[in-house]
Write a new protein. Structure first.
Ligand SMILES: NC(=O)c1ccc[n+]([C@@H]2O[C@H](COP(=O)([O-])OP(=O)(O)OC[C@H]3O[C@@H](n4cnc5c(N)ncnc54)[C@H](O)[C@@H]3O)[C@@H](O)[C@H]2O)c1
Length: 278
């Protein structure tokens, strides 16, 4: 019998603990919640991170905690000129961006009949325009180098109708399709573009939907999210728990790594089965 050949280096991947060593990532909405968890997951894999957020406190704290690995900048993703200036400055001073993760997002819940113009525009300005601004700025630079990975954190609401979430769901669906089209344009130039679509995740955004007095993580509001609510056409979460931010960050860390080198235009649902992927 012929001896088994040693695995070719073509098929080897770096150990997960340092698999992003030498890479530089831009993360938006990094000051708390899922964005903060993404920063932690990337740093744990050896990545340097430019952590940005419209509010300075959270990203400044991350830069202090991870001195040498995390640089903090205030960035409002709705401001296209500020995004382009930050990306240009980062490439000059920190180096080439290998990874960009669009996490910044807002949620304003309202029935459509009561939704204001301002709610609609603000939702799209962050969740859709912001993804466009950041992705456009990094995409050309990555494509010129023939390598890069962009992940947009969308929502499972992009794929299933939800009451009181029309603006949010539509803005997220737009960001998913935008990211897929970008991925198609950039695939021949070595840049992968994917989306992660979380379900209910234990962050301030999620707790903000719960009635006052029920906003603790194992209280009645949380239990209703898990059990489902037929009155609002929600089937609940089959895995029986609400996600922690780290659950979403793990999916992002995988998609930006070389372990996902043949994955692009993908929308990875991390929702415990809540949408039944139907
Ligand atoms: N928490 C959930 O249940 C859930 C579910 C599905 C999708 N998501 C999505 O995940 C992402 C992160 O959500 P989260 O739960 O961590 O929310 P969060 O509200 O806890 O954090 C959002 C962060 O984005 C920042 N941000 C808001 N507007 C910004 C702007 N214009 N520019 C830059 N930063 C801005 C905020 O300052 C904040 O730090 C969002 O895109 C959200 O839509 C969250």
């Amino acid at each position: 019998m012929a001896p088994r050949s040693a695995p070719s280096s073509r098929h080897s991947v770096a150990p997960a603990d340092q698999e992003l060593a030498g890479r530089l990532a831009l993360v938006t909405g990094a000051g708390r919640g899922i964005g903060e968890a993404v920063v932690r997951a990337l740093v744990a894999r050896g990545c340097r991170v430019l952590a940005t957020d419209a509010a300075p406190e959270g990203v400044d704290a991350l830069a202090r905690e991870y001195e040498g690995s995390v640089v903090a900048r205030t960035l409002d993703v709705t401001d296209a000129a500020a995004v382009e200036a930050l990306v240009a400055d980062a490439e000059d001073t920190l180096g080439a961006l290998d990874i960009a993760v669009n996490v910044a997002g807002i949620l304003r819940c309202s029935p459509v009949t009561e939704l204001t113009d301002e709610d609609w525009r603000a939702t799209f300005a962050v969740n859709t325009d912001g993804v466009f601004h950041v992705s456009r700025s990094v995409a050309g630079r990555m494509a010129d180098r023939g390598a890069g990975s962009i992940v947009t954190v969308a929502s499972n609401a992009a794929g299933i109708p939800r009451t009181t979430m029309a603006a949010y769901a539509a803005s997220k669906a737009a960001s998913v399709m935008f990211t897929k089209c970008l991925g198609l344009e950039l695939a021949p130039r070595g840049v992968r573009c994917n989306t992660v679509s979380p379900g209910s995740t234990l962050t301030d955004m999620q707790r903000g939907m719960w009635p006052a007095g029920e906003a603790h993580d194992d209280g009645p509001a949380a239990r209703r999210v898990i059990a489902g609510d037929l009155a609002s056409y929600r089937t609940g979460i089959p895995l029986g728990r609400i996600a922690e931010p780290a659950d979403i960050a793990e999916a992002v860390a995988f998609l930006v790594s070389d372990r996902a080198r043949h994955i692009t235009l993908h929308d990875l649902y991390v929702d415990g089965g809540a949408t039944l992927r139907a």
